[in-house]
Design a protein around this ligand. Structure first.
Ligand code: NDP
Length: 460
């Protein structure tokens, strides 16, 4: 008789957990996966996928307007929120079904229950009120929106609820200055909602290249987002069907909806991890080694719960590497050093490698190439939106250390250029690549002039 019920028990059926379960099962392991909500996790159910569908929806307002320059007349264009929600829900149901079928096809047992860890090899299933044992346990429970404890915070929503609002609000205030805040400010603004975004610091998108941060703020302001930096909410009060927000600058504003996008916290509360010896960090994240193994050798963790790089493709890579290493006989570590990423803000951004500031700190002598221009389409569309591209190059080795893009299709471009940066391509190799014309991306291989900081003359 086998010593354990399963070889592997995965807690959490999001991107990382599902990949790990499927690959481990394909390698011959007996695997079960527990999920308390819906198979697919944040990305599929209430993250990347529905968000991107909303981004598409919100682009049409600009596109209808810009069509006129190309000779089109678009009459009677109207937006219906309920149709978007219903169609989005149908697509999410379809994807949820595919995820379930793929797990089943691989022979993974799906358990619809919250699961907690009882000891190094035992998991308690709350719905079934029973223990099961496994040789190894994988924690892939993701993260959940964090909201600061200010008076009236119960009136605020997060991205979780934004996907299911009964009505599109007339006015919204989005709080935060990271990925989710800029993406949702763009979505609501594009859908015609009077949108304000508040960020507590002096410039949002902390950690991204400073040029991108500056330019995104300028473009969002041009598009009509009331973007306020150095500003936060002190309290929220509900009065006469409206929300009254007291701001740190003393202002009081009225709105219909407040959405917080102030980061996400790992879902480790009440999971029983610390009790069995798993080490958690200050934010509750599971501390793991390069093989995603925790302080308890039989317990592993992948994805957002480990707070390494909280991105779906990273969780998938970590889950796959874990399964290949433990069950596939291959030693696979995930390299977190170069991660291409897209921000579906409006305009969209794509970034890979080091920012200029990071490159200067790490490599000292750095050459910068950058360009800002109005894309060809905008000559007729009338849009004033600028496209921006920047290459950060190691002056000594000529290696391209970072690429930072803003403008249409930046997400698509950064995936391709991410290959070159991951391979360690030099600026000379970028330059040797023949341009694709007419595209915006051709700028990536035709930038010849090093950027010089403007000379600031001392005042007389
Ligand atoms: P982020 O960590 O990116 O940003 C959180 C923002 O909230 C920061 O601007 C932060 O400010 C601010 N903040 C934090 N605490 C407070 C507070 N108490 N009061 C006011 N402001 C506060 O989190 P998100 O929620 O935007 O996104 C979560 C994760 O999801 C990201 O790490 C990202 O990896 C992932 N994601 C990726 C996407 C993509 O790939 N396109 C899309 C959406 C999410 P400060 O900078 O001052 O700390």
């Amino acid at each position: 008789m086998a010593k354990y019920d399963y070889d592997l028990f995965v807690i959490g059926a999001g991107s990382g957990g599902v990949r790990a379960a499927r690959i481990a099962a394909t390698h011959g392991a007996k695997v079960a996966i527990a999920e308390e909500y819906r198979v697919g996790g944040t990305c599929v159910i209430r993250g990347c996928v529905p968000k991107k569908l909303f981004v598409y929806a919100s682009h049409f307002s600009d596109e209808f307007e810009e069509a006129a320059g190309f000779g089109w007349t678009v009459e009677g264009a109207r937006f219906d929120w309920k149709t978007l929600i219903a169609n989005k829900d149908r697509e999410i149901d379809r994807l949820n079904g595919i995820y379930i079928r793929n797990l089943e096809k691989a022979g993974v047992e799906i358990v619809n229950s919250r699961a907690t860890v009882k000891d190094a090899h035992t998991v308690y299933l709350e719905a079934e009120k029973k223990d099961v044992t496994a040789e190894r346990i994988l924690i892939a429970v993701g993260a959940t929106p964090f909201l600061p404890a200010i008076p009236g915070i119960e009136h605020a929503i997060t991205s979780n609820e934004a996907f299911h609002l009964d009505e599109l609000p007339r006015r919204i205030v989005v709080v935060g200055g990271g990925y989710i805040a800029v993406e949702f400010a763009g979505i609501f603004n594009g859908l015609g909602v009077e949108t304000m975004q508040l960020y507590r610091g002096s410039l949002f998108m902390r950690g991204f290249d400073d040029d991108l941060r500056e330019l995104l703020s300028e473009e969002m302001l041009k598009k009509g987002v009331d973007l306020r930096m150095n500003c936060d909410i002190v309290s929220i009060e509900k009065k006469d069907g409206e929300l009254h927000l007291k701001l740190t600058d003393g202002d009081v504003i009225c709105t219909d909806c407040v959405m917080y996008a102030t980061g996400r916290a790992p879902n480790t509360k009440g999971l029983g991890l610390e009790e069995v010896g798993v080490k958690l960090g200050k934010g509750g994240e599971v501390i793991v080694n390069e093989y995603s193994q925790t302080a308890v050798p039989s317990i592993y963790a992948v994805g957002d719960v480990t707070d390494r790089a909280n991105l779906t493709p990273v969780a998938i890579r970590e889950g796959h590497a874990f399964a290949d290493t433990v069950y596939g006989g291959r030693d696979v570590k995930v390299d977190h050093s170069i991660i291409p990423t897209a921000i579906f803000s409006q305009p969209e951004m794509g970034t890979v490698g080091l920012t200029e500031a990071q490159a200067r700190e790490k490599h000292g002598d750095v050459d910068v190439y950058k360009t800002a221009f109005r894309a060809l389409k905008n000559t007729l569309s009338g849009s004033q939106e600028r496209t921006f591209m920047k290459l950060v190059v190691d002056a000594k080795t000529d290696k391209v250390l970072g690429v930072h893009l803003m403008g249409p299709a930046s997400g698509e471009m950064i995936q391709a250029v991410g290959i070159a940066v991951t391979m360690g391509a030099t600026k000379a190799q970028f330059d040797a690549t023949i341009a694709v014309h007419p595209t915006a991306a051709e700028e990536l291989v035709t930038l010849r002039e090093k950027w010089q900081a403007p000379v600031v003359k001392a005042a007389d």
